[in-house]
Design a binder for this molecule. Structure first.
Ligand code: AMP
Length: 188
């Protein structure tokens, strides 16, 4: 069993790499962004709560995403392990995750941080806007998401550094190059 956290700014390639690890190691990708987007598309209560924050590039309230994760990691498909893709994004989420995991007798093995320069991120996100048409891939929302990452999520990387779980990798280059860096830190 291997439980992972993928952390990094928007556009860093966390989702792409999480899918590759999911296929290779048969551990499940849990993307809070995907779960929230699906809820918005369905028009559920959760989606109604989340939509405005997401469109503006703000974080959805901690209590909402913490509740999602607390339920999700208890599902049977998480038994072999999971990759948290885009969670935790605040210190409050990181502390809540510790409590959820210890209540379940679980632990995180590696926190993989994807490091990409900001100008490259903006370029990638604007490219994705053209291809996928995500509502939050416009320049104002992109700028805000980068600011939110620096203010709220960077401290979370410091938190995991202190527990010796943080593995920083260069998130530039081809998908295959980045994937081999991920494999190197995971040991397979
Ligand atoms: P992502 O697909 O990970 O870039 O997430 C898209 C959007 O969903 C973010 O900009 C937030 O509005 C929201 N979101 C995803 N994960 C979280 C989280 N862990 N905490 C708060 N908001 C989140």
């Amino acid at each position: 069993m291997m439980n992972l956290i993928f952390i990094g700014p928007p556009g860093a390639g966390k989702g792409t790499q999480a899918k590759l690890v999911e296929d290779r190691l048969s551990i499940i990708q849990i993307s809070t962004g995907d779960i929230l987007r699906a809820a918005v598309a369905k028009g559920s209560d959760l989606g109604k709560k989340a939509k405005e924050y997401m469109d503006a590039g703000d974080l959805v309230p901690d209590s909402v995403v913490i509740g999602i994760i607390a339920e999700r990691i208890k599902e049977p498909d998480c038994e072999k392990g999971f990759i948290l893709d885009g969670f935790p994004r605040t210190m409050e989420q990181a502390r809540a995750l510790d409590e959820i995991l210890s209540a379940e007798g679980l632990d995180i093995h590696h926190v993989v941080e994807f490091v990409v320069p900001e100008d490259e991120l903006v370029k990638r996100l604007l490219g994705r806007a053209e291809q996928e048409g995500r509502a939050d891939d416009n320049i104002d929302s992109i700028k805000n998401r980068l600011k939110v990452f620096n203010e709220k999520t960077m401290p979370v990387t410091g938190y995991y550094k202190d527990t010796n779980k943080l593995r920083k990798i260069d998130g530039t280059g081809t998908v295959a190059e980045i994937s081999s860096r991920v494999q190197a830190v995971l040991g397979h």
